[in-house]
Write a protein that binds this ligand. Structure first.
Ligand SMILES: *Cc1c(COP(=O)(O)O)cnc(C)c1O
Length: 426
């Protein structure tokens, strides 16, 4: 069959019903699966036969939705996790442990920064954070003997920096390690990081993939391209027998296409248990069915709002990589030619109190700690997510007291602009 377009994959990928089977992916709301003999089930435990036995390890609903996301990203295998946090934890912990080191962009989601700098540090993994706009030489200098991966976000939440994926992939590969990209804000509709050299992709599916604010979830996708066997000393977990799993060597048994995800499932999901519920996977799939229709509209609305704000006398500055003149405009033209997603951030003349007043007068945009929803939502970090910081600490974190993060939904752009305009003038 001819390679299908990404819209067709969004609607029909991952699941093909047989004769008389349900048209929609069935929700297999069952923790367990029945077998005729213990021998049958034993083969599954040995990973000799494929099949289901316990939903913490695998579930047919989750597998169908993960297969759709793998298709959308152009990967060879994928798994769902209970949240985006779990996806990033698993992606890194699958190849790094006590005594290892990771190079990460410093422009990443706050929850991920905390996971890396606090919780994973306690697990014995060290991180060096680099400015995503650093030179290739500076990036090179961040690597150590024990570095196991490089990490960045395509469009960073909330800084909205755009990652130079090719630059990061080249550096990672020169040091014999994979590049992991969190593609949450771009989604595969706006950017497919594997096409630019990334090796592993993670998602918080809670954001645009769901898109309706109903289900927390995450996903990990493998490109199948990184050759772990070329660096067996660096990645013994993939290239030598796993004594906790019947002595299986993942790269031998499952090839480069399947080793990473099979290990993350058989080992990490087994032991850490961050599975997505099949019910949430079903909701996620409903979101995926319209992802290709929604992302361009989110992006068009955000560009219209950014253009309006850039000309407004009460606005000090606007950050949106799709806007001409933005610091990341050139990178966005390369990596995000079809749009820069729905999130815009801007700073209001008059400081913290002006921003607080603006938030109070919004009528259509709802105040939420969420982004990437069909309904427009808006956040003033200085008085909410970052309220424990004073103005100086905020500045150090790259956030000003008058900064507002505005996530454009799917409403009419003119209504969003009118709402912003009346709140600025109030
Ligand atoms: C929200 C988010 C996460 C965390 O995802 P959860 O689903 O909330 O756990 C990770 N990365 C990025 C870029 C995010 O926006």
């Amino acid at each position: 069959m001819k390679h299908q377009g990404i819209g067709t994959q969004c609607v029909q990928g991952g699941y093909t019903p047989g004769n008389g089977e349900p048209r929609q992916i069935p929700i297999v709301q069952s923790t367990t699966f029945k077998y005729a003999t213990s021998e049958d089930m034993g083969k599954l435990f040995d990973l000799e036969a494929s099949g289901y036995f316990y939903t913490r390890l695998q579930n047919p609903t989750n597998d169908a939705v993960a297969a759709k996301i793998a298709e959308l990203e152009g990967g060879t295998a994928a798994m769902l996790t209970s949240s985006g946090q779990a996806a990033n934890l698993f992606a890194i912990f699958n190849i790094a442990g006590n005594g290892d080191h990771i190079v990460a962009s410093n422009s990443i989601y706050g929850g991920t920064y905390n996971l890396f700098a606090v919780t994973m540090k306690r697990m014995g993994i060290d991180f060096t954070f680099v400015d995503p706009d650093c030179s290739s030489e500076e990036l090179d200098a961040a690597f150590q003997e024990n570095t196991k991966a490089v990490f960045g976000e395509t469009i960073a939440n909330p800084a909205l920096t755009v990652l130079d994926i090719e630059k990061f992939a080249q550096a990672a590969h020169a040091h014999g390690v994979p590049l992991i990209v969190d593609n949450t804000f771009a989604t595969p509709i706006l950017c497919r990081p594997f096409e630019w050299g990334a090796d592993i992709i993670t998602h918080s599916t809670t954001k645009y993939m769901d898109g309706h604010g109903v289900a927390v979830g995450g996903c990990i996708v493998d490109s199948g391209k990184f050759d772990w066997t070329k660096y067996p000393d660096k990645f013994p977990g993939l290239t030598t027998p796993d004594e906790s799993y019947h002595g299986i060597t993942y790269t031998e048994r499952f090839g480069l296409e399947g080793a990473f995800i099979t290990k993350a499932t058989a080992q990490l999901m087994r032991d850490l248990g961050c599975i997505q519920s099949p019910q949430n996977a079903f909701y996620l799939n409903l979101g995926l069915e319209s992802l290709h229709v929604r992302m361009p509209r989110h992006s068009q609305n955000a560009l219209a709002v950014a253009q309006f704000l850039s000309k407004h006398p009460k606005i000090r500055s606007v950050q949106y990589s799709g806007l001409k003149g933005d610091t990341y405009y050139d990178l966005a033209q390369k990596y995000l030619p079809d749009g820069s997603c729905g999130v815009v951030s801007f700073e209001i003349q008059g400081g913290r109190s002006a921003a607080e007043k603006f938030m109070k007068h919004l009528k259509l945009a709802a105040i939420e700690t969420h982004v990437a929803d069909a309904r427009t939502c808006c956040l003033h970090p200085a008085s909410t997510t970052h309220r424990q910081m004073n103005d100086e600490e905020l500045k150090a974190a790259g956030i000003s007291a008058d900064m507002v993060r505005f996530s454009c939904g799917l409403e009419d752009a003119q209504d969003l602009i009118d709402d912003i305009d009346q709140a600025l003038n109030a």
